[in-house]
Design a protein around this ligand. Structure first.
Ligand SMILES: [Zn+2]
Length: 264
């Protein structure tokens, strides 16, 4: 099979090139791994988190799925939050409680096939296949994103959408989605969905003390596959900013400001 052979050839190439360097890094971080972030992103084959962020061995946890969704705590049925049978909240708990990471990043991207499907299911509900796990997954965890998209499309581009957790003290911000109106509808939905997942994350009971004490911060990033630019959401400026030398300082300062405000 040509597809498999490409994977096998890749492993052979890896053995000849980066393997020894990686093993050295594995040894170095074995006794003292110090990951600082958990990175939720889409499983899209074009998304390469380690390369885009230049992260190294031991730097961050990565969780990937279709459409970078994190189930909301209310989706666990009768017993309510903290009862999880899905991967994402469990991974979040592992990263925060055991890994002691400080930053949770959700990263969406342009031309996301999952988001395109979510939008299509909204436009043509008859396309929903009750037998399709993917359709259920997207509709259940993308429902609130679709509602916000509707609000955005019915209004001026500069509309400020409200993103608030059940406990507004934990997460509460406004967002102007694509105020210059340069992205298509699906990409707008993808940006909204990336922010909406922060609300879902904040719904989990095990996270509340970490958020309250400013030990964990929630961030949204968005990768434009056509230009290779990475964006990060600025709560102060209420929009995604393209990450460059200038905005990186501003974005970092925002978190420092938040910590300083909490400590005073
Ligand atoms: Zn995607």
């Amino acid at each position: 099979m040509p597809g498999l052979n490409r994977v096998l050839q890749g492993v052979l190439h890896y053995r000849k090139t980066v393997r020894s360097d990686l093993v050295e890094q594995f040894h170095r971080v074995r006794d003292n791994p110090n990951p600082t972030a958990v990175f939720f992103t889409c499983m899209d084959s074009r998304m390469l988190p380690a390369r885009i962020t230049q992260s190294q061995v031991g730097d961050m946890f990565v969780v990937r799925n279709s459409g970078n969704m994190i189930p909301h705590a209310r989706n666990y049925g009768m017993s309510g939050f903290e009862v999880s049978v899905t991967t994402e909240p469990a991974a979040l708990e592992l990263a925060v409680k055991r890994g002691k990471i400080n930053h949770v990043i959700v990263c969406g991207h342009s031309d996301c096939k999952a988001i395109n499907t979510l939008y299509n299911l909204h436009q043509c509900p008859k396309n929903f296949d009750p037998e399709s796990p993917m359709d259920h997954w997207l509709r259940r965890h993308g429902y609130s994103s679709i509602q916000k998209l509707e609000r955005r499309l019915k209004s001026e581009p500069g509309l400020e959408l409200q993103f608030t957790a059940e406990n507004a003290l934990l997460l509460d911000f406004k967002a102007k989605i694509d105020p210059e109106d340069k992205f298509n509808i699906e990409d707008k939905l993808s940006q909204i969905n990336t922010l909406q997942q922060l609300v879902h994350i904040a719904s989990h009971g095990f996270l509340h003390e970490f958020l309250e004490n400013h030990q964990v911060f929630l961030h949204a990033m968005w990768f434009d596959i056509y230009t290779g630019d990475m964006y990060m959401f600025s709560k102060q400026q209420k929009q995604f900013l393209m990450i460059d030398e200038e905005t990186a300082t501003t974005l970092n300062q925002e978190v420092d400001d938040e910590i300083a405000a909490f400590e005073h």
